[in-house]
Design a protein around this ligand. Structure first.
Ligand SMILES: [Zn+2]
Length: 134
């Protein structure tokens, strides 16, 4: 088992993490204005409506920014060096931070189309990462 840092055990975001274990990307959507958000929030930042619905996201987006890490800030990531952290803008209009999983001939670049993949790293944790999508 890899000793990766765990996301906070926040009941508000449990639907997202439970869905990731089933290879489903859930994000929250405001039932009043339709805008999406993640992480979950009690109310909409745009229209202030309280509450939100969970929807299945496409898992498709583009890289808006990325950074290559050459230092392991957690010992569990030492073997993964260097690794790439990316900001992805999903088709649903929200931005998420994640990792880039390279494929032959595909390096991270701004504007690169990516799709979500679901990587179990522990029995109780599946991370949503992104890979090139052509
Ligand atoms: Zn709203």
């Amino acid at each position: 088992m890899i000793d990766v840092p765990m996301p906070p055990d926040d009941p508000a975001n449990r639907p997202h993490w439970e869905a990731a274990r089933r290879s489903v990307l859930l994000i929250q959507r405001c039932p009043a204005c339709g805008r999406c958000r993640f992480p979950a929030a009690r109310s909409c930042a745009h229209c202030h409506h309280v509450g939100g619905d969970w929807i299945e996201a496409s898992g498709l987006g583009v890289i808006e920014s990325f950074c290559m890490f050459h230092k392991a800030y957690w010992p569990a990531f030492q073997a993964a060096l260097p690794y790439t952290v990316i900001q992805v803008k999903l088709r649903e209009g929200i931005r998420v931070m994640s990792n880039f999983v390279a494929s032959p001939g595909k390096s991270p670049s701004i504007g690169l189309p990516v799709r979500a993949r679901f990587d179990p790293v522990r029995p109780d944790l599946t991370l949503v990462r992104f890979e090139p999508h052509v």
